[in-house]
Design a protein around this ligand. Structure first.
Ligand code: SF4
Length: 329
């Protein structure tokens, strides 16, 4: 059994100082980290408890009309907050689609951003081959069981998917992740927060050592009237997405003025379907146009032995989600 030290950080500066030490990690709700530690997948030397840092749990309006969600806001509090429900229903739906009520009561928004893949081989230390867990060891999923794995943006090093529902909605909403670290504060556009695996699948995000997520900032709401989070999974609750779609539209009568579409369950990060968005812009929401636009989203798809079904499923899910967002289904 490994010795682990524990420290309760009184403020962000102290937390950042402590987490800059080798082997130190932040712990908030701990819903993913403790599982990883119990399975021997994560072996931190020090836990820096950030749950007593004042103010990081707040959800508050921004001067530009947007909304700041503190990194320590619980998933359930964020999902059920009146402003989130009214102004960003897409985010509320995505949060409520994730995990169980008990987990949502414990898990934080910052932790949700940091949750790790549910690849079977990543969690099972009996398998030595996992580049994400053990860099340079190979990828057991490439030739193994890969039903839940990526069809877009993967590499020969890793074909894992990001499991977060919340992050798919945040990608569609163009959120910004605010962080503080040893070199000060910075704002990371959501599209640059999670990474594709490339040659470094052990790195899930672009966070630098010691950086603490302080909030997720949402731009002013544009899509409250026309949005939909659609999650397709093996069972109706407490399951990760095989494919999910966050669809957000601005409509001008029956015509799409702006479209934002992000996919979950298909890549190492939430996947923005930018070509689909472009094709839909300025078009009426006809089934034929939607099917053509959805096909663009998977044009570069590379399925593996067990997950070819995701190519068709993603297209159908896009069509369904956009139709529901636009009120034509
Ligand atoms: Fe590990 Fe990624 Fe391969 Fe899964 S897909 S076994 S996480 S390297």
């Amino acid at each position: 059994m490994d010795a682990i030290s524990y420290e309760r950080a009184p403020d962000a500066a102290a937390a950042i100082r402590s987490a800059s030490q080798p082997g130190a990690v932040f712990i908030g709700g701990g819903t993913n980290l403790l599982d990883l530690m119990k399975g021997g997948v994560a072996r931190p030397l020090k836990l820096v408890d950030i749950t007593h840092i004042d103010g990081l749990e707040r959800i508050s309006p921004l001067p530009d009309g947007g909304l700041r969600i503190g990194a320590l806001a619980r998933n359930s509090d964020a999902a059920n907050h009146a402003w989130v429900r009214e102004r960003y229903p897409l985010l509320s739906q995505a949060l409520l689609a994730g995990a169980s009520a008990q987990l949502r009561n414990m898990a934080t928004v910052g932790g949700n951003l940091m949750q790790r893949t549910r690849c079977y081989y990543f969690y099972d230390t009996a398998f030595p081959q996992c580049n994400k867990r053990n860099p340079g060891s190979g990828c057991a999923a490439l030739e193994g069981n890969n039903r839940i794995h990526a069809i877009l943006g993967a590499s020969t090093q890793c074909i894992a998917t990001n499991p977060s529902d919340m992050s798919v909605a945040l990608a569609a909403l163009d959120a910004v992740v605010r962080v503080a670290g040893p070199r000060g504060e910075r704002a990371i556009p959501f599209s640059e927060f999670h990474r594709l695996p490339g040659e470094r699948p052990d790195l899930d995000t672009t966070l630098q050592p010691g950086e603490l997520i302080t909030s997720v900032d949402l731009p002013p709401p544009l899509f409250a009237e026309h949005s939909k989070y659609l999650k397709v999974r093996d069972r109706a609750s407490y399951a990760f997405a095989l494919v999910s779609v966050a669809a957000a539209l601005q409509m001008d009568g029956g015509t799409v003025k702006t479209a934002r579409i992000a996919l979950g369950g298909v890549a190492h990060k939430p996947w923005r379907a930018t070509e689909t968005e472009r094709m839909l812009t300025g078009q009426p929401l006809s089934r034929a146009t939607l099917q053509s636009a959805a096909a663009l989203a998977v044009r570069e798809a590379k399925p593996y032995r067990e997950n070819g079904f995701k190519v068709e499923l993603a297209q159908r899910a896009i069509v369904r989600a956009v139709e529901q967002a636009g009120g034509v289904a």
